[in-house]
Design a protein around this ligand. Sequence first.
Ligand SMILES: [Zn+2]
Length: 321
Amino acid sequence: MMSRAQQEASNGMQLEEITPPDPRLAGWNADDAPVAMRCLACVVEPKQASSLIRELHDALPASSGGVAHVKRVKKGDDGSLRVVLAAEAVYDDVSNEDAYRALLTRRSELAREALEVVLVPAQPPVTRAHFEQGARLWPLARPPASDRTASPTHDDVLSEARPRLEAAERDRVQLSSLRAPGTTPKCAGGGAVLYDPLTGCESLTAADELRQLMDERTPANHPLLHAPMLVVRAQARRQRRKRSEGAPPSEAYLCTGMDVYMTDEPCVMCAMALLHSRVRRAVYRRRDSEMGGLGSVESVHALSSTNHRFRAWRVVEDGVS
Ligand SMILES: [Zn+2]
């Protein structure tokens, strides 16, 4: 609960978390042990390990194999090295790519009959304890940014959200000035900003991306260019630019660790796009009882059947519902 002073300071704005995902569903048991995921791995000669990993980086990236959150290599007690290739559930799909098939012809250790099933933590660690417990199964790529980031308090989320929700409202106005009036559905008519709390880089806005697309001759009323889609595309554009400037390719997903702030509840399609790009947190102001994908029609952020979940809040304040 917020104190009276805090309540007054926030001008009545409160956030309500929408069906918070069960932490056990997110891949970690109550005793901090990981839920295991079956993956395929190969045994590699130590001398061959670094060249194989380099080749896999292009031919079978850890992100397409669903294993970006774990280290690629594990050393066994006997000194043997195992390289994880992909989650068993997606291996048949991802191993069908041309680049990987070309690699198969050169690398006998990747022959299907030589592969082993290994168990790795199904999800990235949320706490330091997860990181340590998970490593007993298979080493994790990186520790959580901080436990505080993983479990923010209401006041933390609110103070980060306030200026960015205002930016999203400005974005909504700019977007509608770019579009012909009355031609866009509600989700598309909202505003959105994408913020990276780790780098603190300037937020990406939907209107900036729409302007860029219009410069590239995409019609402003393209039916799929809803504001949440636009900020995900803006992030893809930023990554392309960084790579063209010589930044190393990242194995993280497009929006790993990023937060999205929206004036309106995203539709189910947009909520799925946020899920696939692996946002960390979503906050929105107005619900959409007809199409809303974060709590109204669906709760896409908290589905038990998907391999990523994120936390979502909506604003509760007078005059907004
Ligand atoms: Zn949408």
